[in-house]
Design a binder for this molecule. Structure first.
Ligand SMILES: N[C@@H](CCC(=O)N[C@@H](CS)C(=O)NCC(=O)O)C(=O)O
Length: 222
């Protein structure tokens, strides 16, 4: 299998956690932001990574979107499962996964790129890094007002997810799509001191899940 990705994307990390959890061998191809559209548009009709290419006869040519990749991997190899046996719990896990994917992963992006352009500029002040950060900020409309909204959304998310502190998994008694989505989509916050100070439990969970999945720890937690 081949995973088309941006090396720094938290949505690509989400797909890698699932591949790692299932111990499915795969390779990655790192696309260049901007040029990625030329490759992705004809393949999937979309412009986003991750995209998984199973490269096997009888399998789809390309699967775009991290949630679809979860579903595909579950049918490709269901052991160990990403889904929970109890229907009600699995519904809860999908609801959390969707909320993390559509709302919280985006809020993380806003807060992270704002940090990297200001207080966290020293992490990589190089011209090329700051250029990419500024292109992303412009692409997504990241500014003080939208970052304030995203920060509030993240604060709310931390309250909702704080139940995780007292149990190993977000839903049920084994790892699910909800845990993988949370560990990946909140991982960019590992570089931001304010989040590290206020929510140490979150980063312990992120480390644990990365270890379970055999995935390299995100920057800030290595
Ligand atoms: N919901 C999508 C989101 C993927 C996404 O936003 N990917 C970003 C990188 S983090 C991307 O490819 N952006 C490039 C673009 O939109 O052209 C998923 O789960 O795969």
């Amino acid at each position: 299998m081949l995973l088309l990705q941006f090396s720094t994307s938290h949505y690509c990390r989400k797909a890698r956690l699932a591949l790692g959890y299932k111990r499915i061998p795969y390779q990655v191809e790192n696309l260049t932001p901007g040029l990625h559209i030329l490759k992705l548009k004809p393949l999937t009709g979309l412009t986003t990574v991750p995209v998984l290419l199973p490269q096997k006869e009888g399998e789809p040519e390309a699967i775009a979107d991290s949630t679809r990749i979860f579903n595909y991997l579950e049918t490709y190899q269901n052991d160990p499962p990403l889904l929970l046996p109890d229907r009600t719990q699995q519904t809860q896990a999908w609801l959390l996964e969707d909320w993390l994917d559509e709302s919280i992963g985006t809020a993380t992006r806003f807060v992270y790129y704002h940090f990297r352009a200001g207080e966290g500029k020293s992490i990589d002040p190089s011209f090329s890094s700051q250029l990419v950060i500024n292109i992303v900020r412009r692409q997504y409309g990241i500014n003080s007002a939208t970052v304030a909204l995203a920060s509030e959304r993240l604060k709310n998310a931390m309250d909702i997810l704080s139940c995780w502190q007292n149990k190993p998994y977000l839903v049920g008694d084994r790892l699910s799509v909800a845990d993988l989505a949370a560990a990946a989509l909140l991982s960019p916050l590992s570089l931001i001191p304010e989040y590290r100070q206020h929510y140490p439990w979150l980063f312990e969970k992120i480390v644990t899940i990365h270890k379970i999945c055999g995935e390299k720890l995100p920057p800030g937690l290595q």
